[in-house]
Design a protein. Structure first.
Ligand code: GRF
Length: 196
């Protein structure tokens, strides 16, 4: 799992994995920065961690190759970006394309990018939400696994709205990753379906 911040999505998955029937093991947690709560959560759970900061590499491609190698070394079936604020590059997608998931705090294709909740609020939509998708080479453009809606309230702030989105986002992530692990999934013409 890849994180850049608070890691509440990671925590939700870690909590779910305590039940063996859930069928998922988090094999490692990677980050692009030190001293974040996401890494502390992994360490408390006894899960191996690694950190690769873009600025420590001569180029973005070098960083991407190192991230890819670290992920590969843990032999994951899926890689999940949850609040990981970096775009994966060519090496990473060559290795993990089709099994690299990202969760986004808006109903894609509306409001892609780093400021989904603020953009939804500014636009004045009445419903926004969260999207789990399979990452492709675009920005938040990949095949959609699941979406959950969240009503926008008249007196919402970005923080209040994002926190309410995160509640459904975590539940969606736990549900879907469990199903993908237990049932498998297919992607045909952008349609993601659970099962073989
Ligand atoms: C999530 O809403 C994610 O979609 C967004 O940042 C938030 C990360 O939350 N990109 P957390 O670190 O899992 O608490």
């Amino acid at each position: 799992m890849l994180v850049s911040g608070a890691g509440t999505n990671l925590q939700a998955l870690l909590d779910a994995t305590r039940d063996p029937a859930y069928g998922v093991e988090v094999v490692a947690v990677g980050a692009d920065r030190d001293s974040i709560e996401g890494l502390a959560r992994a360490e408390r759970a006894g899960i191996p961690t690694f950190v690769h900061r873009v600025r420590d590499f001569p180029s973005r491609e070098d960083w991407d190759r190192e991230l890819t190698a670290s992920c590969r070394s843990h032999r994951p079936d899926l890689v999940i970006s949850a609040g990981f604020m970096k775009l994966a590059g060519e090496s990473f997608l060559a290795e993990f394309g089709g099994r690299y998931l990202n969760t986004h705090p808006a109903l894609l294709p509306a409001f892609p990018g780093m400021t989904g909740p603020a953009d939804a609020l500014d636009y004045g939509v009445k419903v926004t939400g969260a999207t789990l998708f399979v990452v492709d080479a675009g920005v938040d453009t990949g095949p959609i696994v699941a979406q959950r809606a969240v009503p926008v309230e008249d007196d919402d702030t970005v923080e209040l709205l994002h926190e309410r989105i995160k509640v459904v986002e975590r539940a969606m992530l736990v549900d879907c990753v469990g199903r993908m692990a237990r049932e498998g999934f297919t992607i045909t013409d952008r349609k993601v379906r659970f099962g073989q």
